[in-house]
Design a protein around this ligand. Structure first.
Ligand SMILES: [Fe+2]
Length: 164
């Protein structure tokens, strides 16, 4: 974990205030994502992107609830990138990297848009947490594994955690 990642974790915690569930959700997704990304040998820049996206992927949820009275994924996708961009603006990160981070945050429920390993790892990590938090049933878990899990590490983890 580098200094920027640490700063962004703290910013996320302060931003979510007393919403402990969302803070915990982000930290859990970060834990899985950083583990999968490292085991899958992503590049240094991709590892950085994965860490930051994992921490901030649901950051649009507060604005989504305020503006649309809904925590629907689509609205989080719309609101998330601008908030993330603002949080990252004083961290001296190059524009290409910021754009990539915002792209994944803005599409992280749009699975047909997965175009690279950084995005793929985020989707797998979010599922690993949501399966438990949403108490998904066995057939949904199987469907998710077959449809959305691609990395060897992610597949090994979903099998291990949610084996019947
Ligand atoms: Fe999430």
């Amino acid at each position: 974990m580098n200094n920027i990642t640490t700063t962004i974790i703290e910013k996320m915690i302060l931003y979510f205030g007393t919403d402990v569930r969302r803070i915990n959700h982000a930290l859990k997704v970060y834990g899985f994502a950083t583990c999968i990304a490292r085991k899958e040998k992503l590049t240094e820049n991709e590892l950085f992107i994965v860490d930051i996206v994992a921490i901030l992927h649901d950051i649009g949820i507060i604005e989504a609830e305020k503006k649309y009275n809904s925590s629907n994924g689509k609205y989080q996708e719309i609101e998330g990138p601008a908030i993330a961009k603002n949080m990252l603006s004083d961290q001296h990160i190059d524009t290409t990297t910021i754009d990539r981070i915002c792209f994944i945050i803005g599409n992280h429920h749009s699975y047909q848009k997965i175009d690279n390993m950084d995005f793929q790892v985020i989707v797998e990590a979010d599922f690993l947490v949501n399966i438990y938090e949403d108490e998904m049933e066995k057939h949904s878990i199987e469907n998710i594994r077959n449809k959305y899990f691609k990395t060897q590490t992610g597949i090994a983890i979903i099998q291990s955690m949610y084996a019947d």
